[in-house]
Write a protein that binds this ligand. Sequence first.
Ligand SMILES: Nc1ncnc2c1ncn2[C@@H]1O[C@H](COP(=O)(O)OP(=O)(O)OP(=O)(O)O)[C@@H](O)[C@H]1O
Ligand SMILES: [Mg+2]
Length: 263
Amino acid sequence: MTERLIELKDIKKSYGNVYALGGVDLWVDKGEVVGLIGDNGAGKSTLIKILAGAVRPSGGEILVRGKKVFGWSAARSREAGIETVFQDRALAMQQSIVRNIFMGNERTNRFGFLKVAEEVREADRLMREIGFTSKVFTPHSIVGQLSGGERQGVAIARAIYRAADLIVLDEPTTALSLAETSKVFHFVRQVKANGRSIVFIGHNIHHVFDIADRFVVLDRGRVALQAGRDQIKTAEDLIGYMEHVAHQGRLAADGSLAKGVAR
Ligand SMILES: Nc1ncnc2c1ncn2[C@@H]1O[C@H](COP(=O)(O)OP(=O)(O)OP(=O)(O)O)[C@@H](O)[C@H]1O
Ligand SMILES: [Mg+2]
């Protein structure tokens, strides 16, 4: 039985008379990694900002575990267990891993003092949960000294600490080397193994192909393709579909793989 965590239905967003999103459906099941891809300006960030409650949609509805939620907002999104790691993920580079994880959510006693030991234990547990195993770094290490992939790990750990069932990563590997990217993939696989869900936004189709269970391709504010990993054999096939979409418009009215398109 799959458990539907969240469902966005017919989401529209217009800026003036420009439609950034023209009626998009997106759903995420428990324990699933959804790869959200599409060209610059396709609407990926707009869609996840709506999911985060940071941007209000012009139309459509949002369901959490099958129930329609009214008055969707950042607070509702967080209540639903959604945490987004935005492109500029706002880590404090001069601060330690533990301070970054608890930033804005500090654990204090009734006198307002930080429960430092408890936070360090919890940071250690979180880093372990996502598979951050380093002999060099401890929760006290300064984030500015970590590699790009490890910093993504800190951002993911922070999202988990905020009780995320669904973690949205907006282009987490864009600026990273191959080795750093594989670190992020390792974290994502751990997060999934722990029953959480991920929406992974990427430009590099090969990256997304390697990590996602299902692909959603946005094209000019619409879902051009929605396909499971089992429906697409190679990253090249996925790129082929996307090129087809770019030239021919959508593959099928329902966004599914149209017959005769597969090469
Ligand atoms: N605040 C805004 N005001 C006006 N137009 C906007 C605004 N935010 C986004 N848009 C427009 O909406 C469209 C979708 O933008 P969005 O940032 O969601 O794309 P994206 O798929 O995330 O692109 P990228 O891959 O470059 O990050 C673009 O045409 C963009 O110019
Ligand atoms: Mg974007």
